[in-house]
Structures are given as structure tokens and as C-alpha cells.
Design a protein around this ligand. Structure first.
Ligand code: PLP
Length: 365
């Protein structure tokens, strides 16, 4: 493996870091993909060589996430943002209600799209408290005849994450898992539909993973454009039109890497360890660093905090940048600081950043 390259401490919120062994392998295979004499990008999406890549990526997702038999894995384009529309377009009827659990900006965007198709309402919202927490399970009040209940499993901008998912019984539960899919084990069978843009934990941008329970496909609305119907993807193994072949190849390689290091349990163990380094720097700072999320809602993926003084915060961000920590500015809508510690961000990067935080406090505290 190429150990000599200069890799940045990449804390970008998305697109984000990819595992070095995956980049290395992609580089080796780029010009002559497995004896084909061309790159994977130049293969026909109908060729046997590509089909193997495609099917292996699906099989690995099923294996590593323990996806039950009655679910399908689809590859869609348009990002998680298109899912905000596709879900109500397929599953909400004009007179029907759908419950949205509001935990941040992405939930708000999903909710706005649903208004175009039916009657969404807020099951619960933590907006008043600046989205510092995930609602408790007994705050969730929804109707048994809702088309579905929608949640955002990890709030990339506010840095909160569900620790335990609700049981919605017969109401289909839909989740935007863009920023924490594959970060720790979870029970797929609690959900009717899961979606995630690949560019945080699974690969490059351009491919969106949808995990859908098969019975839902039959309940979908009929009069919608071909490319916006889940059944089009399902009937054609996500090969109705040209899929984002390079992105799917990379996603498969990211999953191969995850499998080689011990699968999702090992990924989760590493993520806990990495996040702890930075949360400890916050918690042991005596209020020099102020975490945004309430402790029992903290995200393992996006660690959000402020400094008590705005000038000092500017200085912190400027020095962090100078020291080579990339992407630690908070989202432009909320400011502050955010370290995104996705699966491919190495322990060493988190260690270096936590040491930088401690040193910065020693000098400026
Ligand atoms: C990044 C992100 C999105 C937006 O994804 P796109 O692929 O850019 O549309 C949606 N939801 C969550 C939770 C995200 O983190």
C-alpha cells in the first residue's frame, strides 16, 4: 500500500474521507480493470464484468448489514435530496397523512417535499431547543393509519443521533440514514425503507442506496414518472438506465474494506473510540468548548461544538486550518465547529485533532 502519500486530516461533512486502501486499489485497477483493457468507467453497464461489480456491491450490503430476505437494495441517483420527494410521491396519497419527526434541517427539507403530495405533520420536533436532542420515544405521537413515519437517524448539521429507534408497529418507518448508515449495527427489520446518499460512509457522491421492504413496492402510487418509481429500479436490478457505475464500484470496494477489517462491529468499535477522543476534549475543558448536542443524543459521526467567545472561535478555526485539519467549520447555517468522524476517518486524525484542542485551550484558556 502507498504509505508515502500525504493524506490530509479530513473532517469534511460530505463528501468525506474514503479509506486509503480503497483509493489505492481503485488507482491500481483504473487503467486496466481486471484484464478488460479498460477502466470500470468505460465498461458497458450491460457487460458481465460490470454486472459482477454491481451484484457484488448489493450482496455485500445485504451481508454486512444483515438485510433480511424480504428487502431489496436499490441504487438510485439524485442524492438523499431526491428521496425527500420520491418517498411521498410513491407512498403518500393526496388525502393521506404522513408523520415526520423533526430533528434538524434535513428533516425540514424532507417535510417540505412531502407537502407537495399529501398532508405531512410533525410527530415531534426539537426545533425550539435548537435541535440539541432527539425526542424521547414517549414524545412520539402518530396515527395508526399514517402512510408512514419518517425520521433522520443522524443529524449531520446539529450533531445528534438516534440511540434507540421507535417501534411504529404497522406504520411503515422510513429513515434518512445518509450520515450514519454502516457506522454501527442496527436492525433493518424495524424499517420499511432506508435511504442514504453514499458520500458520507459508503463511497463517493452520485449513488444513493435505498433498502426497501418488498411489500411496500406493491403499495406505491401508479401515475409517476418511470425514473421516480421504486418499482422501476426493483424490476431491473437498478439497471433500467445507466447507473453511476464508478460510484457503485467504489461502494463495493468500501464494503470489501469494511469486511476485511472485521465488518460493522469493528467499524462501530473504532467509531466509538474516535468520537470519544474529541468528546473528552470537550467534556474535560471546563466549559472552554461547549458541545451543541445533549449528551444522550450525541452523534458518533458529527461532533458539533462552539467556543464560549466568538473571537476565540474564529482564531480556533483559523489555527485548525493552518495545522492541516480540514472541514472543521460548522455548517454555514449554524456556524460553530464540527468534526465529522465518518468510518474512513482514521484514529490518528481524531487523536491529532483532540490534542490540538487541548493545546489550543492550554495556550488560550
Ligand atoms: C448529506 C445529507 C443529505 C443530502 O444528501 P444529498 O445526497 O446531497 O442530497 C440528506 N440527509 C442527510 C441526513 C445528510 O447528511
Amino acid at each position: 500500500m502507498n504509505q508515502l502519500v500525504n493524506r490530509a486530516y479530513n473532517f469534511n461533512a460530505g463528501p468525506s474521507a474514503l479509506p486509503l486502501p480503497v483509493l489505492d486499489k481503485a488507482q491500481q485497477e483504473l487503467i486496466d480493470f481486471r484484464g478488460t483493457g479498460m477502466s470500470v468507467m468505460e465498461l458497458s453497464h450491460r457487460s458481465a464484468a460490470y454486472e459482477e461489480v454491481h451484484n457484488q456491491a448489493i450482496a455485500l450490503l445485504k451481508e454486512l448489514l444483515s438485510i433480511p430476505e424480504d428487502y431489496e437494495v436499490l441504487f438510485v441517483q439524485g442524492g438523499a435530496s431526491l428521496q425527500f420527494s420520491m418517498i411521498p410521491m410513491n407512498f403518500l396519497k393526496s388525502e393521506q397523512q404522513a408523520g415526520y419527526i423533526m430533528t434538524g434541517s434535513w428533516s425540514e427539507k424532507a417535510f417540505s417535499e412531502a407537502k407537495l403530495f399529501g398532508n405531512p405533520y410533525h410527530v415531534a420536533s426539537t426545533k425550539e431547543g435548537k435541535y440539541r436532542r432527539i425526542p424521547s420515544l414517549d414524545e412520539l405521537k402518530f396515527n395508526s393509519d399514517d402512510a408512514y413515519v419518517h425520521l433522520t437517524s443522524n443529524n449531520t448539521i446539529y450533531g445528534t443521533q438516534w440511540q434507540k429507534f421507535p417501534d411504529t408497529e404497522n406504520v411503515p418507518l422510513v429513515a434518512d440514514m445518509s450520515s450514519d448508515i454502516f457506522s454501527k449495527p442496527f436492525d433493518v427489520s424495524k424499517f420499511a425503507l432506508i435511504y442514504a446518499g453514499a458520500q458520507k460512509n459508503l463511497g463517493p457522491s452520485g449513488v444513493t442506496v435505498v433498502i426497501i421492504r418488498k411489500d411496500l413496492l406493491e403499495k406505491a402510487n401508479a401515475n409517476i414518472p418511470t425514473m421516480l418509481k421504486y418499482s422501476t429500479f426493483s424490476k431491473n436490478n437498478s439497471l433500467y438506465n445507466t447507473p453511476p457505475t464508478f460510484g457503485i464500484y467504489m461502494l463495493g470496494e468500501v464494503l470489501n474494506w469494511a469486511k476485511s477489517i472485521g465488518g460493522i462491529e469493528e467499524i462501530a468499535r473504532r467509531n466509538e473510540e474516535k468520537a470519544k477522543l474529541i468528546y473528552d476534549a470537550i467534556d474535560q475543558s471546563n466549559g472552554f468548548y461547549l458541545g451543541h448536542a445533549e449528551k444522550d443524543s450525541r452523534s458518533l459521526m458529527n461532533i458539533t461544538f462552539r467556543l464560549k467567545d466568538e473571537e476565540l472561535e474564529k482564531q480556533f478555526l483559523a489555527e485548525a486550518k493552518k495545522e492541516g485539519f480540514i472541514g472543521v467549520n460548522g455548517h454555514r447555517s449554524v456556524g460553530g465547529c464540527r468534526a465529522s468522524t465518518y468510518n474512513a476517518v482514521p484514529y490518528e486524525a481524531c487523536k491529532a485533532f483532540s490534542q490540538f484542542m487541548v493545546q489550543f485551550q492550554q495556550i488560550n484558556g
